[in-house]
Design a protein around this ligand. Structure first.
Ligand SMILES: [Cu+2]
Length: 201
């Protein structure tokens, strides 16, 4: 049986060459207007949105960064949790946090309402900084100091979860960040219980 072979020489069947219907023109106009809205939102949201990081990024030697973090931890250490120092830097200070397989070092204790320059980097491979239960996520890449100007707004006992698969112990890579209220009072037990929601750590 001979079937008709469509070649580029035959006109395409259809009615596409007829003038567009009014309703079609209206839809094209709506789509174009919406495209322009989305296009304008990109720069607008960049400047007006509250989601942008500080944008202070520098190249750093992973080993040097980790050494700086340990120096910082020794300087402001106020306690310890299972071998990891709890560090309370003065408000306004440069604060250091290193991600390394499979932990976060050290445990930061910050004061709500005070601004800090938080430097985060990785000692070895890609990790993800996810502050639980807040919706704050950053990719942590070795060799880059990801500096964030942060002002904690809420007191509590938070967890830092690695959200970038980094190896066999990835699921256990949970750090801790404590935010005390501005009176300097310790976090109430019920606040940490609420944040933890019965988690094992
Ligand atoms: Cu991980």
């Amino acid at each position: 049986m001979l079937t008709k072979v469509h070649t580029g020489l035959d006109p395409v069947p259809g009615i596409w060459w007829r003038p567009a219907h009014k309703s079609e023109k209206v839809w094209v106009a709506i789509a174009f207007a919406w495209c322009m809205v989305l296009f304008a939102m990109m720069p607008l949201w960049h400047f007006r949105g509250g989601q942008n990081p500080a944008g202070v990024r520098t190249r750093v030697d992973p080993r040097a960064f980790h050494e700086r973090t340990m120096e910082f931890a020794a300087q402001y250490k106020v306690g310890e949790d299972r071998g990891t120092p709890i560090v309370q830097p003065p408000p306004g200070a440069d604060v250091y946090l290193t991600a390394l397989t499979y932990s976060w070092y050290p445990i930061l204790q910050l004061v709500a309402g005070k601004e800090y320059m938080l430097h985060i980097s990785s000692r070895d491979m890609n990790h993800g900084f996810s502050l639980y239960p807040m919706n704050i996520n950053f990719q942590i890449i070795p060799g880059y100091d990801y500096a964030l100007r942060v002002t904690p707004t809420e007191a509590g006992d938070f967890r830092i979860v690695c959200n970038e698969f980094c190896g066999i112990g990835h699921h256990a890579m949970v750090g801790r960040m404590i935010v005390v209220d501005s009176t300097g009072a310790e976090v109430a037990d019920n606040a940490s219980a609420r944040v933890l929601g019965g988690a094992s750590r």
